[in-house]
Design a protein around this ligand. Structure first.
Ligand code: PGA
Length: 266
């Protein structure tokens, strides 16, 4: 799990966060279409992130394929009296390689805190799950000139107590809250500015060896028509896609655009 290559030498990572959508039948159909296309796109790391109840059905479709499975959340404890929660061992047992942590919907709607996200990141790493650690500013924070202090604060709190080696094994997803599900995407320059800031912060704290390896995804209304220009930016290593991941055609096209831009960059 440790990363030794620079992020640009890594394949583009394109993850589809299905949120609370799809029936088992729909999920299997969509996963099959993605697997079929994925076989022709070995240059990308593709991850499907269904709701918990669909992990088993999707696992059956993606197993024996390069497409990876991820979950949308988890508790930090291994087991216990936590009704309604799912543990890291549950996810590992269900075939997950990735887990989304600290998504803004969890932070805003379910009261997740930086401290809780930090515990979850540590727990995921203990179980060989790669965290997709989400952070991002709200519109008032952006308009008030507080984007970097917000993102920097979330980054620091989320990574608190981790050594550089572990930080290099985490995927970070910059998702401006105002761009999620709104159709408003950050411009490539806005996204790049924050991605570069995140990479610089990692460099300051964990050194030159870790920072080029950090995989930093952009998320927030990624679509086939903006994927290429976003991915062309230096510090964008992949995408966390919500709405557009629910349709095979758009998700596959986004992946193709990422591969095309990645080739141009390397
Ligand atoms: P969106 O969601 O692509 O629908 O904006 C992104 C996300 O929440 O990860």
């Amino acid at each position: 799990m440790e990363k030794t290559m620079s992020s640009q030498a890594k394949p583009p990572l394109v993850a589809g966060n299905w949120k609370m959508h799809l029936t088992a039948e729909e999920a299997k159909r969509l996963a099959s279409q993605v697997v079929k296309a994925g076989l022709e796109m070995p240059e990308a790391e593709i991850v499907l992130i269904p709701p918990f109840s669909l992990l088993g059905a999707v696992r059956k479709v993606v197993c024996d394929s390069p497409v990876q499975l991820g979950a949308q959340n988890m508790h930090w404890e291994d087991k216990g009296a936590f009704t309604g929660e799912v543990s890291p061992p549950h996810l590992a047992d269900a075939g997950c390689r990735y887990v989304v942590l600290g998504h803004s919907e969890r932070r805003q709607l379910f009261g997740e805190t930086d401290a809780g996200v930090n515990k979850k990141i540590k727990a995921a790493l203990r179980h060989e799950l790669t965290p997709i650690f989400c952070l991002g500013e709200t519109l008032p924070e952006r308009e008030g000139g507080r984007t970097m202090s917000r993102v920097g604060g979330q980054l620091e709190a989320g990574l608190e107590g981790l050594e550089g080696k572990k930080v290099g094994a985490i995927v970070i997803a910059y998702e401006p809250v105002w761009a999620i599900g709104t159709g408003k995407t950050a411009t490539p320059a806005q996204a790049q500015e924050v991605h570069a800031f995140i990479r610089e912060r990692i460099k300051e704290k964990y050194g030159n060896e870790v920072s080029p390896c950090a995989i930093i995804l952009y998320g927030g209304s990624v679509k086939p028509d903006n994927a290429f220009s976003l991915f062309r930016e230096k510090d964008i290593d992949g995408f966390l896609v919500g709405g557009a991941s629910l349709e095979a055609v758009s998700f596959i096209q986004i992946t193709k655009e990422a591969i095309r831009a990645h080739k141009e960059k390397t």
